[in-house]
Design a binder for this molecule. Structure first.
Ligand code: ADP
Ligand code: MG
Length: 738
């Protein structure tokens, strides 16, 4: 009889791609069709209301109740024309996904009938029962109320019959229970700090925006095969599975031809995403078999984060329609690359200047150097925190695994930029700057030609690499909410800019006298002096070498960078005095919020490892050991038969191999059994620990390593047990879509 495995593998290999109806329109026509964007606001809102909304969205103006009512009315009209019947506040609790609770528009009309209603009050605020979301103890259950409040800077959108309203999620005492609230505060902080620094160069700058362009990596697996792998289903990764003889050694998947079934999925995903206003641009095969990537054009960080969350959920739905499951886990398969989500990040001004891009004039290049150096200052000072911001139980499997960035944060600048910083640092004051020209001085900063970063000057091992006009934070996990990394990064840079401004201003006062009567301004001098000091300070974060090498770990430690690699311990960085001081002084998060969030992080870590341990225990006992025993019995029977047929001497020879296998299977089974017992006992001990922090450490130190030991034995059994008995789809079947 065919095993389940052979049935599902057979089905998977027979599948044909779905027909995707190509839309008649060009993408520009259906882009944003499901979004209440500016164009629709213009159409559906009275003129004064539209203008007020623009002021709210562009300048953070306050929104009053009357305007909110008018906006809600316009939204409802548009939404009902689109067949919408429900609305929901859409928010990002401290779980991995998003949350929504749908309400319909209907209300009693007082005459026994129904009317459809949607008011400013419903748009602006809701009170979802929040007691089941992680809060790290901020909300005790008797004060279960949290509320969600509209974020008018991220436009509402339609999914099926529901109007989705992006919101923040806050406890009644005002603490953030989500990612969006602190993100908005961090973006505000970096805007204020960067705008002030911009004023040294251009007093007309009114606003600085943080930009994010993420690149989402993911795996696809056939739905049938997925369903036959309880580990994938319950933990998002394979807890066992021997390497496929062929995986990525031939480097033939990266940028290769996209399989037809996958291409059909991608086409449909892009149509749906574009309709939702997600500006998808790039799609390609990634390094590992069955691994792919999607990247949109960069956007304002808040919107980009929402779009990434939305995309991850849309992807899952579209994939199922095509008979796939999307794996967003950072390391679904051992032995091949895992998935990340590079966060391309930069700052830009409201008058169109990319602050991380080199300019044409010396003055523009001084501004460029300022933003580069102060970014490095933030990353240097908070390198441990930045690592904490991207760390998770799942991403821990990827970091440092010789493919993704190592678990040490450093920055690659490339040759030209490194030379520029070295030049500023070392050059003598007088040979650098001669007093001349209308700005008060001529700067001898070497001209940087516009496209000076050539693509060969790239370092794939760096977790935070400069790539021409932005930094690419590569350590972010594929499954993560980018907000976590963006909160830490934007805060760190905001703090560095605040400190920079303070020191430059003080320096100006110091040197002012020397400039008296000269008709020249001391500002650029003060900037250069401060930059020179900072270039020296943050030097340890600059590293252009191979981030995977062992020497780097030793070297990084010598430089004082954070080299911790235990996930629960890395989370401790959030509670370092420098971190608390930074978040509190910028108004991003309070100590209480940080403490509560860490409780959630540690608890989540423990639960993830706990679930994996249970699943592995069950699979070992119910799937693997019975099958291995069955094969072993067959071998025993064969030995008996051989002994009956042949002379003892001959039988001894002929049975040698089987006897060895029988013994090996027995030994491996027994090691697995002991391992599972030890795993259960270690959990019992760990579960008694009351501190979430200590418990997570126990799970990391005591339980996690045992999973690997058991897996090792199972993977060896997979190699010797009869293929027709093996119950779980193997890597070679999971990883190659036909
Ligand atoms: P890669 O070569 O790393 O794959 P891509 O050209 O595909 O880079 O771009 C990756 C992402 O970086 C895209 O989302 C792109 O829009 C974004 N990006 C480009 N320039 C910037 C910038 N200045 N700031 C932020 N993101 C940017
Ligand atoms: Mg990239």
């Amino acid at each position: 009889m065919e095993t389940l495995r052979f049935q599902v593998v057979g089905e998977a290999f027979k599948k044909k791609p779905l027909e995707v109806k190509t839309p008649v329109d060009r993408p520009a026509k259906y882009f944003g069709r499901k979004v209440f964007n500016r164009e629709k606001m213009y159409k559906y809102l009275p003129k004064e209301v539209y203008e007020k909304m623009m002021d709210v969205m562009d300048n953070g103006a306050r929104l009053d109740r009357k305007v909110a009512d008018a906006v809600a009315e316009g939204m409802k009209q548009w939404a009902t024309e689109e067949g919408v019947t429900h609305y929901t506040h859409w928010f990002q609790p401290l779980t991995e996904g998003t949350a929504e609770k749908h309400d319909s528009f209907i209300e009693h009309d007082g005459k026994g009938g129904m009317v459809e209603e949607f008011t400013g009050k419903l748009l602006v605020q809701q009170e979802p029962d929040a007691s089941s979301f992680p809060s790290g103890g901020i909300r005790s259950t008797f004060e279960a109320r949290g509320y969600s409040a509209w974020d008018p800077t991220s436009p509402v959108f339609i999914i099926d019959d529901t109007l989705c309203i992006p919101t923040v999620f806050i406890s009644y005492s005002g603490e953030a229970l989500d990612y969006k609230a602190p993100l908005l505060r961090a973006l505000h902080a970096v805007n204020v700090a960067a705008t002030e620094v911009c004023h040294y160069f251009d007093p007309s700058v009114r606003k600085v925006t943080s930009n994010l362009g993420w690149e989402q990596e993911y795996f696809l697996v056939d739905e049938g095969l997925y369903a036959a792998r309880p580990d994938l289903l319950l933990t998002g990764r394979t807890l066992m599975g021997h390497d496929s003889a062929k995986n990525q050694q031939m480097d033939d998947h990266y940028f290769g031809a996209i399989p037809e079934r996958v291409a059909a999925f991608m086409r449909e995903l892009e149509i749906v995403a574009l309709e939702l206003g997600i500006p998808c641009k790039t799609r390609h095969n990634e390094v590992a078999p069955n691994q792919f990537e999607l990247a949109p054009v960069y956007e304002d960080t808040n919107l980009a984060v929402d779009h990434n969350m939305l995309l991850m959920s849309v992807m899952k739905r579209v994939a199922r329609k095509h008979g796939f499951r999307v794996l967003l886990h950072e390391k679904p398969f051992a032995g091949i690359n895992g998935s990340g989500k590079h966060n391309n990040w930069s700052l830009s001004t409201d008058n169109g200047v990319l602050l991380h891009a080199p300019g044409k004039t010396p003055e523009q290049n001084l501004r460029f150097a300022t933003f580069i150096v102060e970014t490095l200052m933030g990353v240097y000072k908070h390198n441990g925190l930045l690592k904490a911001s991207i760390m998770s139980a799942t991403n821990a499997h990827r970091l440092g695994a010789n493919e993704a960035p190592p678990a040490i944060i450093s920055s690659f600048l490339g040759k030209q930029l490194s030379e520029l910083l070295d030049h500023i640092e070392k050059a003598d004051k007088d040979d650098l700057f001669t007093m001349d020209g209308k700005q008060g001085m001529k700067m001898d900063i070497p001209e940087i030609p516009e496209l000076f970063i050539d693509n060969t000057d790239r370092n794939r091992t760096s977790p935070f690499a400069f790539t021409g006009n932005r930094f690419e934070f590569r350590a972010v996990g594929s499954e993560a909410n980018c907000a976590s990394a963006m909160i830490a990064l934007n805060s760190a840079v905001a703090e560095a800019l605040v400190s920079f401004k303070k020191r430059v201003d003080a320096r100006i006062v110091e040197i002012e006298k020397d400039f008296e009567g000269s008709g020249h301004s001391p500002v650029f001098h003060a900037i250069i002096d401060t930059l020179r000091e900072d270039i020296r300070t943050c030097k340890p974060i600059r590293f252009d070498g191979n981030g995977y090498s062992d020497e780097w770990v030793a070297e990084a430690e010598k430089r004082g960078l954070d080299v911790e690699n235990s996930c629960p311990k890395i989370f401790e960085r959030y509670l370092d005095p420098e971190s608390i001081e930074m978040f509190e002084s910028l108004g991003v998060m309070t100590r209480k919020e940080l403490e509560a969030r860490n409780e959630v992080k540690w608890e989540t870590y423990t639960k993830k490892v706990q679930i994996e341990a249970r699943v592995l225990g069950d699979l070992s006992m119910n799937h693997i050991i019975p099958v291995a025993t069955r094969y072993q019995s067959a071998l025993v029977k064969n030995v008996d038969s051989v002994s009956m047929v042949f002379s003892p001497e001959k039988a001894g020879k002929l049975n040698a191999r089987n006897l060895k296998l029988i013994e090996e299977i027995a030994e491996r089974i027994s090691t697995i059994e002991t391992g599972v017992d030890e795993l259960v006992n270690a959990r019992k001990v760990a579960n008694k620990i009351t501190s979430e922090h200590e418990k997570a450490i126990a799970y990391h130190d005591q339980i996690e390593p045992k999973l690997d030991e058991i897996r090792y034995q199972i993977d060896k059994l997979e190699l010797i047990v009869d293929d027709s008995l093996w119950p779980l789809p193997k890597y070679r079947e999971l990883l190659f879509i036909r």
